[in-house]
Write a protein that binds this ligand. Structure first.
Ligand SMILES: C[S@@+](CC[C@H](N)C(=O)[O-])C[C@H]1O[C@@H](n2cnc3c(N)ncnc32)[C@H](O)[C@@H]1O
Length: 320
């Protein structure tokens, strides 16, 4: 049996609670609705290949490492995980152009990011692990991706089956469990998450508790333009996205962070979202940004709300 990477921290974290949740959530993996993902993962041979991060793309494996039959099986397996929301990836020569050009977000974050070398990092809402693979290149001690969505757990494990990067770990947990890790993380990424939570300030306070003093938080969120500290509370959906609660102005976001106890709260990017960054592709062939905006007036969503911006802020937990 392989050693649990969290066991060595058992004294410092809510290890028993984590184990209990893991055991419960393990059952989700075997549900009938996830059978296709499970088959894709189990039937593919584990061919180890070093991931090479080249320009914007996470490249795993090389075409010449597969036989033609293996290549065919791999392509079929990759299609099981459609839609690919985050990317791009290249897996044994197959280029996966995901709905989001996630490399653009990473490039915006890099200039303000503390060194990750030897650090403990959390990626909240890690999706298929695109950013975790990008982080791995910076030699962290560990990166824990938290995401309760089974489809993404399987997608990540599929990629990791080839990449086999020891420091990367995916837990089927949510942001609501981040306080199982008190004063544990040097760096926390909270990207594309805040507006999905009915209590964004409560969530930021929990994140604060999980950070070491002087730790760095990177927040990225959907937002609306405006000069006052307000948040839109959509009646039902916002830009067709279900489960959207509070969509803040940039000032409001800064306020949330300050009132949650963060200091050095510094916005570093604010732009209207465009279909250069989010669009329909062969690997995500469903509705995307252009379908979410008013066709007559792209300054509005289809519901008539202000069209989405993206706001980026970095902040620090102060010294104890
Ligand atoms: C809009 S995506 C953002 C993905 C990625 N962080 C990014 O910035 O591109 C939201 C992600 O949050 C995950 N998620 C859903 N509920 C969550 C929860 N309670 N805690 C953490 N992540 C959650 C979803 O599965 C999805 O991967």
């Amino acid at each position: 049996m392989s050693i649990d990477y969290l066991e060595k921290f058992a004294e410092d974290i809510g290890y028993r609670s984590i184990q209990q949740l893991r055991a419960e959530r393990q059952l989700w993996l075997n549900r009938e609705s996830n059978a296709a993902f499970k088959d894709a993962l189990e039937l593919i041979p584990a061919i180890q290949s070093d991931p090479i991060i080249c320009d914007s793309t996470v490249r795993i494996g090389k075409l010449e490492e597969l036989t033609p039959t293996q290549k065919e099986h791999l392509e079929d397996a990759l299609k099981t995980f459609i839609p690919w929301r985050k990317g791009p990836f290249e897996v044994f020569g197959t280029y996966i152009d995901a709905e989001w050009k996630s490399d653009l977000k990473w490039e915006r974050v890099l200039p303000v990011l503390d060194s990750l070398k030897g650090k403990k990092v959390a990626d909240i809402g890690c999706n298929n692990g695109y950013y975790m693979f990008r982080m791995a290149a910076h030699e962290p001690d560990i990166v824990i991706g938290l995401d309760p969505t089974v489809r993404y757990w399987y997608t990540f494990q599929f990629l990791q089956r080839f990449a086999q990067i020891d420091c990367l770990h995916f837990e089927l947990l949510g942001v609501e469990h981040i306080d199982f890790f008190p004063s544990f993380f040097d760096t926390i990424f909270c990207m594309g998450i805040l507006y999905h939570h009915p209590d964004p300030v409560g969530m930021l306070r929990k994140i604060w508790k999980a950070m070491k003093p002087q730790g760095q938080l990177i927040v990225e969120t959907l937002g609306i333009p405006g000069e006052t500290s307000t948040a839109l509370f959509p009646e039902k959906r916002y830009a067709k996205v279900p489960g959207t609660w509070f969509v803040p102005t940039q000032i409001c976001l800064v306020n949330w962070l300050q009132r949650s106890g963060f200091r050095e709260v510094t916005p570093f990017y604010a732009q209207k979202l465009t279909s250069n960054e989010q669009r329909k592709t062969k690997w995500a062939p469903f509705e995307s940004l252009e379908d979410f905006l008013d066709p007559e007036d792209d300054s509005k969503t289809v519901e008539g709300y202000p069209a989405p911006w993206r706001f980026y802020v970095h902040a620090r937990k102060p010294k104890a």
